[in-house]
Design a protein around this ligand. Structure first.
Ligand code: ARG
Length: 509
């Protein structure tokens, strides 16, 4: 402990103007070590980059830099061994890392690290650094889910099943069409996440408390060492804004919404009434009282967790509403909603991916039910339009009356002779062969030919283009991950060079 430390009346690193310590209850209420534990690696990397930049700009000496980097390496090693625990009494990750550095490098060196830096720009920097990696993890996992959906769709372009509107049988579609619809929806989630990454990945470091600094710092150099795409230039805006966190949560909320719709269809389609899919036992659970039960609990929880992610978005929006400019301590509350939502979304994607991978399709049952509930009625009306040149509205009326009569007689469009008789009564003579081919769900599926339709050729084409899109989209997060790793490796290489007696001037900065 240095002489200055002994003379302090407050034990805090910020305690100069205080005559005593914070009340325990106040400390417990305000410390953020639990959420901050996620950002230890980022705080160390950020501190290394800041120190290198300070030395490169001549603000601290090379000797100061070496001592600081030595200390930070020790902290890093301890963290990597799992032995670096954040102390609550030190409030947050920044104070914990600095306190550790004081022990390792001595207060005279550790104290210099905080030149031209504030916890306000530091916390925004750490949060963004952690967030951007988690966004990329989610994009990678989502690409995995898209790949599995497309892989399961393969070969099912002719597997017919009921397509629904209003949760009622509408028209026949293929199993591949249903599965690939989710891969299609997720391409937009990929785009939203990619946009969020771009908004997040601008460096606040060097904005200091709010006004920048009178030291001749090089913010761009620090940003580059930390893998940022550039600087969040305006200092007051850089420390006081969290709209980038909202942007991320909004992308996560929308993604979770799409995931919940997939989960919901798994729940519905696995019921006795639908009977179209069988969820693997590994992704279902039993009942403690009803021995026969196999419940789709994982899909239900995916559906249920969606509310929590929406809530986290609302929490963040409300946190920011009408907040005065600059850093406010309220902003500390940005991390729990972010981390929680990221974790829920990631876990949900992983669970649903495995579920899609292992689900069994009851294709015979799909074929059986699709023929029983008038799903080809629209195609029959279309046929009358095409063959008889009648207006579509008239054909709609004719087929509508046909359906009503069939229902009355307890028949379906599969009863071709009855269909022929009733249509003839309505003045439309069709052969049984014609009716059989038009009302056959399989043949109906095969006839769909418009762009994006459920027809086998169209679905094959979409599967190929979606597949290409998924692979191309996935490259972006992979390249971004690689750039972050490169930036980390570069900073680490500079740290090594300086620890071995090199100068920042020889490090290609
Ligand atoms: N724990 C704080 C947070 O997460 C760090 C910044 C605190 N700044 C301050 N001036 N008290 O926001």
């Amino acid at each position: 402990m240095s002489n200055d430390d002994k003379d302090k009346k407050s034990s805090k690193l910020w305690g100069g103007r205080f005559s005593g310590d914070m009340a325990d209850i106040a400390l417990n209420y305000s410390e953020s070590t639990e959420a901050d534990a996620e950002m230890i690696a980022e705080d160390i990397w950020g501190s290394q980059a800041h120190a290198i930049m300070l030395a490169k700009c001549g603000i601290i000496s090379e000797e100061d830099l070496r001592k600081i980097l030595q200390g930070l390496r020790k902290t890093e090693a301890e963290y990597e061994r799992g032995a670096f625990e954040l102390k609550k009494e030190l409030e947050d990750v920044h104070m914990n890392v600095e306190a550790h550095l004081r022990e390792d490098a001595g207060p005279e060196f550790a104290g210099k690290l905080h030149t031209a830096r504030s916890r306000n720009d530091q916390v925004a920097t750490d949060t963004k650094m952690h967030l951007r990696s988690r966004i990329l993890d989610i994009q990678e996992a989502l690409a995995g889910l898209q790949n599995v959906l497309l892989a399961r769709a393969e070969g099912h372009e002719n597997t017919v099943m009921p397509g629904y509107t209003h949760t009622q049988h509408a028209q026949p579609i293929s199993l591949a069409f249903w599965l690939s619809s989710y891969a299609s929806a997720f391409t937009r989630d990929q785009r939203r996440l990619g946009n969020a990454f771009e908004i997040v990945n601008q460096s606040p470091l060097g904005a200091a408390a709010l006004a920048g600094t009178s030291f001749p710092i090089d913010r761009e150099l620090a940003a580059e060492l930390l893998g940022f795409d550039g600087c969040h230039e305006h200092a007051l805006d850089a420390v006081g804004s969290r709209d980038w966190a909202v942007e991320t949560l909004a992308a996560l909320a929308m993604l979770m919404c799409n995931l919940s719709r997939l989960a919901e269809e798994f729940v519905l389609f696995s019921t006795y009434e639908y009977g179209m899919i069988e969820i693997s036992e590994a992704w279902a659970s039993g009942s403690s009282i009803m021995p026969q039960k196999k419940n789709p609990c994982i899909a239900e929880l995916a559906r249920g967790n969606t509310g929590a992610v929406y809530g986290r978005l609302m929490e963040m929006l409300t946190l920011l509403k009408a907040l005065p400019g600059g850093y406010n301590r309220d902003l500390q509350q940005d991390k729990p909603p972010l981390w929680h939502a990221l974790k829920l979304v990631h876990n949900t994607i992983i669970a649903l991916t495995a579920m899609v991978e292992t689900v069994e399709f009851n294709t015979e049952h799909m074929r059986e039910v699709v023929g029983k509930n008038f799903a080809t009625a629209t195609e029959l009306a279309n046929y009358l339009v095409a063959e008889r040149g009648l207006p579509f509205r008239d054909c709609h009326e004719i087929v509508g009356q046909l359906v009503a009569t069939l229902i009355e007689e307890g028949k379906t469009l599969d009863d071709h002779e009855d269909v022929q008789r009733i249509l003839a009564d309505e003045g439309q003579e069709l052969s049984v062969e014609e009716i059989a081919s038009v009302c056959d769900p399989q043949a109906c599926l095969a006839r769909q030919c418009s762009l994006g339709s459920t027809g086998p050729e169209s679905v094959k084409k979409m599967r190929t283009s979606l597949n290409e899109k998924v692979q191309a989209d996935a490259k972006v997060p992979w390249e971004r991950m690689a750039r972050l790793d490169e930036a980390h490796a570069r900073t680490s290489g500079i740290v090594d060079a300086i620890l071995q007696g090199g100068s920042p001037d020889d490090c290609g900065l």
